[in-house]
Design a protein around this ligand. Structure first.
Ligand code: PBG
Length: 330
């Protein structure tokens, strides 16, 4: 008898396809990254990210309510502070009345069940646009880790559920975990950006926060390659993720998404904590641009990509499409 197996039988119609589907996608798989601005009533669209805005706290809170009603249960927060608050120490990052701290409080007051995960890195506060403190032209690790620990504690004091270090300094997860424990924040979690690559896909994000490494006459690096990973590497990603779990990370993240799904799968197979994937700004921009030209079917591409990220091993996807995808899935 030929053929022995007819694999197409399980693809005959949508009912059987949905019955045997191996991956499911729902709004609670998503986190939504939000850009927060100083002031009131501010809502500025990011030119390279149509549909995504930098908003003051009032508008941010409104959008958080909308997300909650769509079934999205977590937000990642990024702030844009004014130039006069920036320096080389990043000390505004742990100002207890700073923009991030106020945002965390406002969101938790309005939607207490929303999981709030502020970004922990110095770049929005750095005159150099780097994720760390600079000395003699180098991004210095250990002093930066101390700063990130203070920053994390201040986020916890403001009410954050998780802190999300995106800086790629060595040893920061252990230091932050210790800092949180010593201050009684036993239940504040850490989502570590463990395998974060030095990627050109972050371009639109840096436009949004005006946080790109600055051109300057001083001898400082113009890119983040001394701390973010080389995209040619995979073993290193596994090492980073395992180290972070050993140091106390509750969730590890791979970033960017679609070009890095091999890494997602390998990390997934090597750790026993949930894996998050950041579907980053450049990936969003590419889809929006192609759809605007009529070259791709926007909605279909969005769902296909998010499904594929999930299939690769992501438990959680941080994506600028969270709202649109949640609506498409309803
Ligand atoms: C900075 C940070 C970046 C992103 C998240 N946190 C940019 C960078 O490392 O330069 C990028 C996210 C995106 O592109 O959507 N700590």
């Amino acid at each position: 008898m030929f053929p022995l197996r007819r694999n197409r039988r399980l693809r005959t119609n949508e009912s059987i396809r949905s019955l045997v589907r191996e991956t499911n996608l729902s709004p609670q798989d998503f986190m939504f990254p939000m850009f927060i601005a100083e002031g009131k009533g501010i809502k500025t669209e990011i030119p390279s990210m149509p549909g995504i805005y930098r908003q003051s706290i009032d508008g941010t809170v409104k959008e958080v309510k909308e997300l909650w009603n769509l079934g999205v249960k977590a937000v990642n927060l990024y702030v844009k502070v004014s130039e006069n608050l920036k320096d080389n120490t990043g000390k505004e990052a742990w100002n207890k009345d700073g923009l991030m701290q106020q945002s965390i409080k406002a969101i938790k007051d309005a939607v207490p069940e929303m999981i709030v995960m502020p970004d922990v890195a110095l770049d929005p506060y750095s005159i150099y646009g780097h994720d760390g403190i600079i000395e003699n032209g180098q991004i210095i690790n250990d002093a930066t880790v101390d700063a990130l620990t203070q920053m994390s504690i201040s986020h916890a004091e403001a009410g954050a559920d998780f802190v999300a270090p995106s800086d790629m300094m060595d040893g920061r997860i252990l230091a932050i975990r210790n800092g949180l424990e010593e201050n009684g924040f036993h239940n504040v979690g850490i989502m570590s950006y463990s395998a974060k690559y030095a990627s050109a896909f972050y371009g639109p994000f840096r436009d949004a926060l005006d946080s790109a490494p600055k051109e300057s006459t001083e001898a400082i690096p113009k890119n983040k390659k001394t701390y973010q990973m080389d995209y040619a590497n995979r073993i290193e990603a596994i090492k980073e993720a395992i180290d972070d779990v050993d140091e106390g990370a509750d969730i590890v993240m791979v970033k960017p998404g679609m070009a890095y799904l091999d890494i997602v799968r390998e990390v997934k197979d090597n750790v026993d904590v949930p894996v998050a994937v950041y579907h980053v700004s450049g990936e969003y921009a590419m889809i929006k641009a192609a759809a605007e030209k009529g070259w791709l079917d926007h909605d279909k591409i969005v769902l296909e990509q998010l499904f594929c990220i999930k299939r690769a091993g992501a438990s959680i996807i941080s994506t600028y499409f969270a709202k649109e995808a949640a609506k498409l899935l309803q």
